[in-house]
Write a protein that binds this ligand. Structure first.
Ligand code: SAH
Length: 259
């Protein structure tokens, strides 16, 4: 174990006169999936800036004197614009405060954590990154869907289903590899398009797939079917949900332990 290792009981975010930002991944829903390090810094924070997907139980861990700032985000509706969020983090830190920026899942996986840190770096604000369990790991674990499996998949890809404003398109033809699992974030609204593109790029109609809604939460729901039914399945699913495409999804029936 390295000399710099600190046990969870000792961990303190680095104290800096100029303030400090801890970017914390809160995990996919079940509050017990927060890391011990994340738990510590939330309790120590002067300011907590949090998103819509963060569980209330985790928000409630903050010190009662902490300033709580909700900047919730939904797919097509930004409660607080991204550049304003970035600036709030920088401004609060410059007041000498320890700011915790709390995001659902992992901040570096479709969480725009990188963008927020870039502004802090440019403005000379110190920060740390505390990873979280990303939805693809958490929701599939709770659904009994192993992302890789020697008999099914030797690789896995995380893909955003959110069509970008600047028109960057997914390289659909690159997804059609054998023994591969695809996980689409933010794909519910685009499920018809995802189905169409995969079928047009060498995927079989009967490729097993799953939609995991509210993964790791009490309300978790798992729908399974085949690729030709994906858009139809999505009609009865609610956000937040992941779309998983690949033969590993067929293991849900056997390995489902949570519901
Ligand atoms: N940074 C987050 C992802 C943010 S993008 C992470 O690492 O998990 C938001 C998308 O994540 C949602 O549209 C959905 O596709 C997925 N997601 C987040 N929480 C989820 C959950 N509990 N169950 C299923 N999907 C979830």
């Amino acid at each position: 174990m390295s000399d710099s290792y600190q046990s969870p009981n000792q961990y303190q975010a680095p104290k800096q006169k100029a303030g400090f930002v801890s970017l914390v991944g809160a995990g996919p829903g079940d509050p017990d999936l927060l890391t011990v390090k994340g738990y510590r810094v939330i309790q120590q924070a002067d300011v907590v800036v949090y998103d819509r997907l963060v569980s209330q139980d985790i928000i409630d861990l903050a010190n009662k004197d902490a300033e709580m700032i909700y900047v919730g985000k939904q797919l097509d509706f930004h409660y607080v614009p991204q550049d304003q969020i970035n600036q709030i983090l920088a401004d609060k830190a410059k007041e000498g405060k320890h700011v915790v920026r709390l995001k659902g899942g992992d901040s570096f996986i479709f969480g725009r954590g990188g963008e927020e840190l870039e502004l802090l770096a440019e403005q000379g604000v110190s920060f740390e990154v505390i990873p979280g369990i990303t939805a693809a790991a958490g929701a599939t674990s709770y659904a009994g869907i192993p992302l890789t499996h020697r008999d099914h998949a030797q690789s896995v890809q995380f893909i955003t289903g959110h069509v970008q404003k600047d028109g960057k398109e997914i390289l659909w033809e690159s997804l059609a590899q054998p023994n591969n699992t695809l996980v689409f974030y933010m794909g519910l609204k685009q499920s018809g398009y995802i189905q169409e593109q995969l079928l047009a790029n060498n995927f079989d109609e009967d490729m097993p797939c799953a939609i995991i809604e509210n993964g790791t939460r009490k309300e978790q729901k798992v729908l399974t079917g085949q690729l030709s039914e994906l858009a139809e399945m999505a009609k009865s699913a609610k956000s937040p949900a992941l779309i998983v495409v690949g033969s590993v999804t067929s293991l849900h029936e056997k390995l489902n332990w949570f519901q």
